[in-house]
Design a protein around this ligand. Structure first.
Ligand code: ARG
Length: 588
């Protein structure tokens, strides 16, 4: 379906032409003075110069052609040259009724669906997930769902950090602690045990211990680097140990992401890119893209129009080791071979921006990806504590993701059981749903690039611009709909009324913005725009709810019209929170 604003623009464009002006002036926006009108067009001002006329005269000419339109209840020229517009009640009702009948609530599907890979999450194997991984997962999941909603084919890839120095560290520490294991001896040809020689909690303790120790002890660090090298160059026993580390870790990572309602289609990692590296480097050298710089191999990615220094992309250290950029380039080769994406979107901390600029340029320059492929980096800011510094535990340590989730669920459980009738297992389930909404909405309602403060009291509040407030609104609608049905109300073949009250029309107008908002949010990969929209929609709905006797309405036809509008409002809200990656309980 066309967006309301597009329909209005078509009408206005007609009027501009009929009045003898160019239709390109017919740009319409939502009014910034809702007390005066619903929509406005400022085209008359823009046209003044071209037509050597006072804007108000142009506006009056145009408005004269809008009288009697099916679209507008009011079209008014206002000094110095605004055109103020109010829609006809019939037009608005008709629009939302069409939305209700459409499978996609009026959202047009992409004309040319793209193949899009989203690289998000990016946890590192053997290191516990911390809140830094939260943003990547939460924003990436939402971006993925937005693209899907628009009809694109999307693959979410977790891109595990499973190949680096941390692996060498763990192997070195295990060798020290459990020298009796058969994994270290390169000449060993027997089988390796099927069971991992450690548990997840051991693993999580081993890594930081080893990492701390390596910082103080040069020879230990050397050993870990060498172990990393051996692993990457085919040491059988290390590879077997690596398998154990990855499997145990991935099980744990899966559990964490499940709690977050985050689902990946691909569980690939940096290790999967390795087999492409030797040929890739050879090719770069052959094609003259790579040059030696102080023993290291680099690709120049500077461009003439740069206003800041963009250093070369490093692809091989002088000791032969590959780097972060090498892996990302090789991963692009793998993605090109397997999926031929039109777009690849990366989610990572915004401090990684330079890295992605270098990688994208190198990928284009060397022809790894075609020029038409869009490579996009979405860099996110830091989640801070109330002190404005990166979020920590009360003791000042790094907060683990699962503890953060547990804390928010705990708080939600308290709230829900305190003054409500829900208890036991249901309360727990509800607390999880609402807790997740609090967490995700708290994050997604901010523009991704900005830092934000994690404020558990505010995020879990049932009032204000929060996830629980949105859910509460949906639950309120569900409960009205249920009561209506329990009392024998019919839900088939009902349609929204031609609105008779301001608050009813306002709700329809807000519901009617759904397709425009979703499209813009997807185009700009901006989940915060969906949050802003559902907050407005929830407010407009709640105003309608307080000003209208819905179930008590005596006119059955009118009541059914309200129910149709409530149903549509609920569907729009649910579609939006689905894109944000959470869902509403039945009651709360
Ligand atoms: N594992 C990385 C980290 O923890 C994030 C990976 C981002 N994705 C990528 N393709 N580089 O910082």
């Amino acid at each position: 379906m066309k967006q309301i604003i597009e329909l209005i623009e078509l009408e206005i464009a007609k009027a501009f032409e009929q009045a003898g002006y160019g239709k390109e002036l017919a740009k319409v926006t939502i009014s910034n003075r809702p007390d005066l009108c619903e929509y406005q067009c400022n085209g008359a001002m823009a046209g003044a110069k071209t037509y050597h006329k006072a804007p108000i005269m142009i506006a009056e000419d145009v408005v004269a052609h809008l009288q009697g339109s099916d679209c507008f209840a009011k079209a008014e020229a206002v000094k110095p040259g605004f055109i103020n517009l109010n829609l006809k009640e019939e037009f608005v009702a008709d629009y939302v009724n069409q939305m209700a009948e459409d499978d996609n609530l009026g959202l047009e599907q992409a004309e040319n669906p793209e193949m899009i890979v989203i690289d998000y999450g990016g946890p590192n194997v053997a290191k516990p997930l911390h809140v830094g991984h939260l943003r990547s997962a939460v924003i990436g999941e939402s971006v993925k769902r937005m693209f899907r909603k628009m009809g694109h084919k999307v693959l979410g890839d977790i891109h595990l950090g499973d190949w680096g120095y941390q692996m060498g560290l763990i192997i070195t520490e295990l060798k020290k602690r459990k020298p009796e294991l058969p994994y270290y001896d390169e000449s060993y040809t027997g089988d390796y045990p099927e069971e991992a020689p450690f548990t997840i909690s051991e693993l999580e303790e081993i890594y930081p211990t080893a990492s701390g120790y390596a910082k103080e002890h040069e020879d230990y660090r050397e050993e870990a680097l060498h172990a990393t090298y051996l692993l990457q160059n085919g040491h059988r026993g290390y590879r077997a140990l690596w398998n154990h580390i990855v499997n145990i870790s991935v099980d744990d990572i899966k559990k964490n992401y499940q709690r977050l309602n985050v689902e990946f289609d691909l569980w690939k990692g940096e290790s999967d890119a390795q087999k492409y590296i030797p040929d890739m480097l050879e090719q770069f050298k052959k094609d003259g893209f790579a040059r030696l710089d102080d023993g290291a191999l680099v690709i120049d990615v500077k461009e003439e129009t740069d206003t800041k220094e963009i250093p070369p992309c490093l692809i091989q250290k002088s000791d032969g080791a590959s780097l972060y950029g090498t892996t990302d380039l090789a991963t692009l080769i793998q993605r090109e071979e397997d999926y031929k994406p039109n777009r690849v979107v990366y989610l990572a901390d915004k401090r990684q921006e330079m890295h992605f600029t270098q990688v994208f340029r190198a990928a284009k320059k060397t022809g790894i990806v075609p020029a038409s492929t869009e490579l996009k980096f979405i860099g996110f800011g830091t989640m801070n504590g109330k002190d404005g510094k990166p979020f920590k535990t009360r003791e000042g340590g790094v907060m683990r993701l699962e503890n953060l989730i547990a804390e928010i669920n705990q708080k939600m459980y308290q709230k829900i059981t305190d003054n409500r009738t829900i208890e036991g297992a249901e309360a727990e389930e509800v607390a999880q749903k609402v807790g997740l909404a609090a967490l995700k909405y708290g994050d997604l309602s901010n523009q991704a690039g900005k830092d934000y403060v994690f404020d558990i009291d505010r995020f879990t509040s049932f009032e204000g611009n929060t996830g629980p407030y949105i859910l509460y609104t949906i639950v309120r609608i569900k409960s009205i709909l249920n009561k209506y049905k329990e009392n024998g109300g019919v839900t088939e073949d009902i349609h929204c009324n031609i609105p008779s009250a301001d608050c009813e029309k306002a709700l329809m107008l807000e519901v009617g913005k759904y397709n425009a908002v979703m499209k813009t949010a997807a185009m700009e990969t901006a989940p915060h725009k969906i949050c802003a929209y559902i907050y407005d929609l929830a407010n407009v709905f709640n105003r309608f709810y307080h000003e209208t006797k819905i179930l008590a309405e005596e006119d059955e036809a009118k009541k059914a019209g309200y129910i149709a509008l409530l149903t549509l409002t609920k569907e729009v809200l649910e579609s939006c929170i689905d894109v944000l990656g959470f869902e509403a309980p039945e009651r709360m």
